[in-house]
Design a protein around this ligand. Sequence first.
Ligand SMILES: Cc1cc2nc3c(=O)[nH]c(=O)nc-3n(C[C@H](O)[C@H](O)[C@H](O)COP(=O)(O)O)c2cc1C
Length: 164
Amino acid sequence: MNLDMARLFQSISHGVYVIGVADAEGPNAFTAAWVMQTSFDPPMLALSINPSHRSYRKLTASGFFSVNVVPTDRLEWAAHFARPADSGKLAGIAWTPGAGGVPVLNEALAWFQCRLAGELASGDHVVVTGRVTGGRLNPAEALPLNYRDTGNLDGSAALYPDAY
Ligand SMILES: Cc1cc2nc3c(=O)[nH]c(=O)nc-3n(C[C@H](O)[C@H](O)[C@H](O)COP(=O)(O)O)c2cc1C
């Protein structure tokens, strides 16, 4: 357990996102903090995903994903979409299928539709880049949720090494 390292890394600002994926077996979605823009033209995003997640297999099988921005008044989504893949995470959530059938959340602050562009192994995660093919900023007053405001919800303090 390394809370000091967890707090240190949470000083790098991240938002909280729900990543939508789908394959022939159906859609899924998971909470992610490690998301960033990587290009203006073409517009591109990257996310860092643990390759043991069910969502990684679905994302690479279909080549599509969505990035849904979580607003501050939807903190419960952060925990909800971090549950296991077989827990029916999309039940009771209002969503629309985007390209490749990936879920786009109707009540997200904003969403992006992406087509898989590349992958780069990075330690225990894989950085996935995506070409943004569509998106929408919902007309709401809401602000995006910050990763550091989720505390140790992701259990990350247990994932850092004891020392550098
Ligand atoms: C606040 C928060 C941030 C997270 N950020 C990421 C992330 O950036 N990348 C990742 O692979 N998992 C991240 N997770 C963990 C996944 O959401 C979690 O392991 C999820 O169960 C994976 O979903 P799946 O098994 O349905 O694919 C985060 C969890 C939380 C609570």
